[in-house]
Design a protein around this ligand. Structure first.
Ligand SMILES: [Zn+2]
Length: 127
Protein backbone atom coordinates (compact mmCIF):
# COMPACT_ATOMS: atom_id res chain seq x y z
CA UNK A 1 0.00 0.00 0.00
CA UNK A 2 1.16 3.52 -0.63
CA UNK A 3 1.15 5.87 2.30
CA UNK A 4 1.09 8.96 0.08
CA UNK A 5 -2.20 8.24 -1.66
CA UNK A 6 -3.69 6.95 1.57
CA UNK A 7 -2.67 10.12 3.35
CA UNK A 8 -4.24 12.22 0.59
CA UNK A 9 -7.54 10.41 1.03
CA UNK A 10 -7.24 10.56 4.78
CA UNK A 11 -6.58 14.29 4.75
CA UNK A 12 -9.46 15.02 2.35
CA UNK A 13 -11.79 12.99 4.49
CA UNK A 14 -10.69 14.55 7.79
CA UNK A 15 -10.94 18.09 6.48
CA UNK A 16 -14.40 17.42 5.05
CA UNK A 17 -15.60 15.91 8.32
CA UNK A 18 -14.04 18.66 10.41
CA UNK A 19 -15.56 21.41 8.26
CA UNK A 20 -18.94 19.72 8.47
CA UNK A 21 -18.69 20.25 12.22
CA UNK A 22 -17.45 23.81 11.83
CA UNK A 23 -14.08 22.90 13.25
CA UNK A 24 -11.38 25.49 12.87
CA UNK A 25 -8.46 23.15 13.43
CA UNK A 26 -7.63 19.45 13.44
CA UNK A 27 -5.32 18.55 16.32
CA UNK A 28 -5.11 14.78 16.41
CA UNK A 29 -6.14 12.04 14.00
CA UNK A 30 -6.36 8.63 15.65
CA UNK A 31 -6.05 5.74 13.27
CA UNK A 32 -6.69 2.06 13.62
CA UNK A 33 -4.22 0.18 11.45
CA UNK A 34 -4.39 -3.57 10.94
CA UNK A 35 -0.98 -5.15 11.43
CA UNK A 36 -1.18 -6.97 8.11
CA UNK A 37 -1.56 -3.96 5.87
CA UNK A 38 1.94 -2.75 6.60
CA UNK A 39 1.16 0.94 6.95
CA UNK A 40 3.73 2.94 8.87
CA UNK A 41 2.25 5.77 10.95
CA UNK A 42 5.51 7.74 10.80
CA UNK A 43 5.28 7.79 7.00
CA UNK A 44 1.67 8.94 7.17
CA UNK A 45 2.76 11.69 9.55
CA UNK A 46 5.49 12.88 7.18
CA UNK A 47 3.07 13.02 4.24
CA UNK A 48 0.43 14.64 6.35
CA UNK A 49 2.84 17.39 7.39
CA UNK A 50 3.62 17.94 3.73
CA UNK A 51 0.06 17.85 2.38
CA UNK A 52 -1.71 19.68 5.17
CA UNK A 53 0.26 22.90 4.87
CA UNK A 54 -2.13 25.82 4.74
CA UNK A 55 -5.18 23.71 5.65
CA UNK A 56 -7.00 23.35 8.97
CA UNK A 57 -5.12 20.08 9.41
CA UNK A 58 -1.73 21.75 9.46
CA UNK A 59 0.23 20.55 12.47
CA UNK A 60 -2.16 17.65 13.16
CA UNK A 61 -0.66 14.66 14.92
CA UNK A 62 -1.16 11.07 13.85
CA UNK A 63 -1.79 8.55 16.61
CA UNK A 64 -2.13 4.92 15.67
CA UNK A 65 -3.50 1.79 17.28
CA UNK A 66 -2.73 -1.66 16.00
CA UNK A 67 -5.53 -4.13 16.66
CA UNK A 68 -4.45 -7.78 16.85
CA UNK A 69 -4.51 -10.05 13.83
CA UNK A 70 -7.28 -12.61 14.12
CA UNK A 71 -7.29 -15.86 12.21
CA UNK A 72 -9.21 -19.10 11.99
CA UNK A 73 -7.32 -22.29 11.34
CA UNK A 74 -8.53 -24.30 8.34
CA UNK A 75 -7.14 -27.49 9.85
CA UNK A 76 -8.26 -27.51 13.48
CA UNK A 77 -10.96 -24.86 13.18
CA UNK A 78 -9.79 -22.81 16.15
CA UNK A 79 -9.83 -19.02 16.02
CA UNK A 80 -7.20 -16.95 17.73
CA UNK A 81 -4.94 -13.93 17.68
CA UNK A 82 -1.48 -14.09 16.18
CA UNK A 83 1.35 -11.68 15.54
CA UNK A 84 2.33 -10.91 11.94
CA UNK A 85 5.71 -12.52 12.63
CA UNK A 86 4.21 -15.91 13.47
CA UNK A 87 1.71 -16.67 10.80
CA UNK A 88 0.73 -20.08 12.06
CA UNK A 89 -2.12 -21.54 14.09
CA UNK A 90 -1.48 -20.96 17.81
CA UNK A 91 -3.09 -24.32 18.58
CA UNK A 92 -1.83 -26.82 16.01
CA UNK A 93 0.83 -24.83 14.13
CA UNK A 94 -0.88 -25.16 10.77
CA UNK A 95 -0.13 -22.51 8.14
CA UNK A 96 -3.54 -22.87 6.51
CA UNK A 97 -5.14 -19.82 8.07
CA UNK A 98 -8.15 -17.79 7.20
CA UNK A 99 -7.55 -14.12 8.04
CA UNK A 100 -10.51 -12.75 10.01
CA UNK A 101 -9.08 -9.31 10.74
CA UNK A 102 -5.79 -7.50 10.50
CA UNK A 103 -6.14 -5.49 7.31
CA UNK A 104 -8.38 -2.76 8.64
CA UNK A 105 -7.65 0.90 8.27
CA UNK A 106 -9.97 3.50 9.64
CA UNK A 107 -10.11 6.73 11.57
CA UNK A 108 -10.96 5.93 15.13
CA UNK A 109 -11.43 9.49 16.22
CA UNK A 110 -10.37 13.02 15.58
CA UNK A 111 -9.59 15.80 17.99
CA UNK A 112 -10.62 19.16 16.62
CA UNK A 113 -11.06 22.74 17.76
CA UNK A 114 -14.50 24.22 17.35
CA UNK A 115 -14.57 27.96 17.98
CA UNK A 116 -11.61 27.66 20.28
CA UNK A 117 -13.12 24.80 22.30
CA UNK A 118 -11.53 21.40 22.29
CA UNK A 119 -13.84 18.73 21.13
CA UNK A 120 -13.52 15.11 20.12
CA UNK A 121 -15.43 13.54 17.32
CA UNK A 122 -15.38 9.78 17.15
CA UNK A 123 -16.17 6.73 15.09
CA UNK A 124 -15.29 7.55 11.57
CA UNK A 125 -14.88 4.83 9.00
CA UNK A 126 -12.60 5.16 6.03
CA UNK A 127 -12.43 2.63 3.26
ZN1 LIG B 1 -4.91 -25.19 13.93
Amino acid sequence: MHELSITEHLLDYCIREAERQNASKIRVIRLCIGQLNGLVPDCIQVYLDMLSEGTIAEGARIEAEFPPVKVRCRDCGRAGEITPHHLSCPVCGSLRLEILSGKEFYIKSMEVDIDGDKSTASDYGLE
